[in-house]
Design a protein around this ligand. Structure first.
Ligand code: FAD
Ligand code: SF4
Ligand code: SF4
Length: 477
C-alpha cells in the first residue's frame, strides 16, 4: 500500500551525502562523506516505491527489511527503523558504509532501472544506526540464561564476531581467539579509515566484551594452541579465520625490497592510525611518503592501497591492472574516488620486471575470449612494453587460504584444492565433529556482508547442534 511520505522518486532527485572535496580528504584518513542531516535522510528514504517484491532485499545477502525501514525513516520513526534494521544485521552501520551497494541492494533497486537513480539505501542504513548509537538506542548485549556450554570462535572478523554475538545471546560462554592484538579482523586492520573509521568498529567490539564474550587477543591458533586443544576446552569450535595468504607475483625482481604485500602496507597504515609504533613504517619501507608508487591489481584492496598511498603523501600513484575499467573486479565508485584524489589508472597493463634502479617494465595487454569466470581473459598485446619508475610497488593480487590443516595440527580437517575449509551445506560443520566454519575461510575472499550472513547462519546451526548434544548426553545418562 502506498504511503503519502513514499514514492517520491520522480520529484525528488537521488542525493548521496556530500563527499568532502578531494584535495581536502586526501590529507587525512577520515571518512570521505558526511552523514545525512535528518531531513535529507527522511527525504531520500521517501523515494522508495515500496515494491511488493523488493529486489533490493532479495539481493542483500542479509535480506534486510529494506522497504520497511525506509518507510519508517521517511515517517520520522527512526527508533523503530533502527530496531527493524538491527533485527537482521549485527553491523548495519558498517554495511551501510562499505557494502558495494551498486552491486547489491542499490544495483537492484527498480528505481535505478527507471532512470531516476536508486534509493540511497546504504547511506540511509548508516544514518539510522549511527543515530541509534548517538541516541543510546543500541541495547547492551544480554546473554541468554546460562547453558553451561562453551564455544571457541577462532577469528574476530565480521563472521566470528557475528556468530559470537548470537551464540552469547543464546546463553553460551563464548571465547574469541584472534592472533591480532585488536579484534575486528579486516574491519580493523585491512579496510582503511577513509572507508570505515575505526571507532565505528571498536564500539561494536566493546559492546560484545561488555556482554561477557571473552576475547583472547594476540592468541594464534597453531601457535599458542592447536585446534585439538580448543576442542578439548570447548563444546564446539568455529573457524572464522579469513584468508590471508597473498598471491605471488611471479616476475623478475618480484622479491625486491621495494615490492611489498598489500596487507602489510595497509596494516602498517591502520596501526599508525591507532597510534602504534610501527618500525617498518617509520623506517620507510611501508610508507609511501614522497615516493613514486605503483600498485598492481584491480580489486578493492588495490583501490585501498592507491588511496592510502595518496594520503601518505606519495609523489605519484599509478595503478596497473591487466584488464580494462569495465572488466575490473573492484567497485567503480572506488575508482572514481581514487581518480578524484589524484590516482592514475594504467588499464590493460601488467608488470613484467622490477629492475634494481627503480624501473618497472610493464607489458601492454588486450582482452581475449571470456575465461571460466565469464570475464574476457587478458593476453599480451604485441604492441610492446613500456617502462615507468617506482620507489614502492604494492602487490594487491588477492588472497588465498593458509594451509590450516598444517597450521592447526589437524590433518583430518577437510579443505578444498584452494585451501578453503569444506563444510556440510546444511549443518555448516567441517569434517571434524563439533568444528564449524564460516566467512572468507569457507567462501574465499568475499565481502563483509557475506561474512555477517555466514556468522548468523552458523550460529543457528551450532545452537541446534549444541542443544542436541545436551539432549543426547541426558538420554545416555
Ligand atoms: P577476517 O575479517 O579476515 O577476520 C579473520 C580473523 O581471523 C582476523 O582477525 C585474523 O587475525 C584471525 N585469524 C586468522 N588466522 C588465525 C589464527 N590462526 N589464530 C587466531 N586468529 C586467526 N568487503 C566489503 O564488503 N567492503 C569493502 O569495502 C571491503 N574492503 C576490503 C579491503 C581490503 C584491503 C580487504 C583485504 C578486504 C576487503 N573486504 C571488503 C573484504 C572483507 O574485509 C572480508 O570479506 C571480511 O572481512 C571477511 O570476514 P571474516 O570474518 O571471514 O575474516
Ligand atoms: Fe545494502 Fe549491504 Fe545494507 Fe544489505 S547490508 S541493505 S546489501 S548496504
Ligand atoms: Fe524501494 Fe528500490 Fe527496494 Fe523497491 S527496490 S522497495 S524502490 S528500495
Amino acid at each position: 500500500m502506498a504511503h503519502d511520505s513514499m514514492l517520491k522518486f520522480v520529484d525528488r532527485p537521488q542525493a548521496y551525502p556530500a563527499k568532502r572535496q578531494a584535495d581536502v580528504r586526501a590529507e587525512d584518513f577520515a571518512e570521505i562523506a558526511a552523514r545525512y542531516a535528518p531531513p535529507t535522510a527522511e527525504d531520500q528514504a521517501g523515494r522508495c516505491s515500496q515494491c511488493g517484491v523488493p529486489y533490493c532485499s532479495v539481493h542483500c545477502p542479509l535480506h534486510n527489511h529494506i522497504p520497511d525501514w525506509l518507510r519508517l525513516t521517511a515517517e520520522g520513526r527512526l527508533r523503530e527503523a533502527y530496531e527493524l534494521s538491527n533485527a537482521t544485521s549485527t553491523m548495519p552501520e558498517i554495511c551501510g558504509r562499505i557494502c558495494p551497494q551498486d552491486r547489491l541492494c542499490e544495483g537492484n533497486c527498480v528505481i535505478e532501472f527507471t532512470g531516476h537513480g536508486a534509493v540511497t539505501i546504504g547511506s540511509v542504513e548508516k544514518f539510522i544506526t549511527d543515530t541509534a548509537w548517538e541516541e543510546g538506542w543500541v541495547e547492551p548485549l544480554v546473554a541468554g540464561p546460562a547453558r553451561g556450554q562453551s564455544v571457541a570462535v577462532i577469528g574476530a572478523g565480521p563472521a566470528g564476531l557475528t556468530a559470537a554475538e548470537y551464540l552469547r545471546g543464546h546463553g553460551y560462554d563464548v571465547h574469541v581467539y584472534d592472533r591480532h592484538d585488536r579484534a575486528g579482523g579486516l574491519l580493523t586492520y585491512g579496510i582503511p579509515g577513509f572507508k570505515l573509521e575505526k571507532p565505528v568498529v571498536m564500539r561494536r567490539v566493546e559492546r560484545l566484551k561488555a556482554g561477557g564474550i571473552v576475547f583472547h587477543e594476540g592468541f594464534g591458533v597453531g601457535e599458542h594452541a592447536s585446534l585439538d586443544d580448543l576442542r578439548q576446552r570447548h563444546d564446539a569450535v568455529l573457524i572464522a579465520t579469513g584468508v590471508y595468504k597473498a598471491r605471488a607475483l611471479d616476475v623478475a625482481g618480484g622479491d625486491d625490497e621495494r615490492v611489498v604485500a598489500a596487507l602489510d602496507f595497509l596494516i602498517a597504515s591502520n596501526r599508525k592510525g591507532f597510534g602504534d609504533a610501527v618500525p617498518a613504517f617509520d623506517g620507510g619501507s611501508l610508507n609511501a611518503e614522497g615516493k613514486h608508487v605503483v600498485v598492481i591489481g584491480g580489486g578493492d584492496t588495490a583501490m585501498d592501497c592507491v588511496r592510502t598511498a595518496i594520503r601518505q603523501g606519495a609523489a605519484s600513484v599509478k595503478c596497473l591492472y591487466r584488464r580494462d575499467r569495465t572488466n575490473m573486479p573492484g567497485s567503480q565508485r572506488e575508482v572514481t574516488n581514487a581518480e578524484e584524489e589524484g590516482a592514475e589508472f594504467v588499464w590493460l597493463s601488467a608488470p613484467a620486471a622490477f629492475d634494481a634502479d627503480g624501473t618497472v617494465r610493464a607489458r601492454r595487454m588486450r582482452l581475449g575470449a571470456p575465461d571460466a569466470s565469464g570475464r574476457r581473459a587478458p593476453e599480451a598485446d604485441p604492441s610492446g612494453d613500456f617502462t615507468l619508475h617506482a620507489d614502492l610497488v604494492v602487490k594487491a593480487l588477492g588472497f588465498d587460504a593458509e594451509d590450516l590443516p598444517a597450521l592447526f595440527g589437524a590433518p583430518e580437517l577437510g579443505v578444498s584444492r584452494w585451501g578453503t575449509v569444506l563444510v556440510d551445506g546444511k549443518t555448516l560443520m567441517t569434517s571434524l565433529d563439533g568444528v564449524f566454519a564460516a566467512g572468507d575461510i569457507v567462501r574465499g575472499a568475499s565481502l563483509v556482508v557475506w561474512a555477517i550472513r555466514d556468522g548468523r547462519d552458523v550460529a543457528a546451526t551450532m545452537h541446534k547442534w549444541l542443544k542436541a548434544k545436551v539432549k543426547a548426553a541426558r538420554v545416555a545418562a
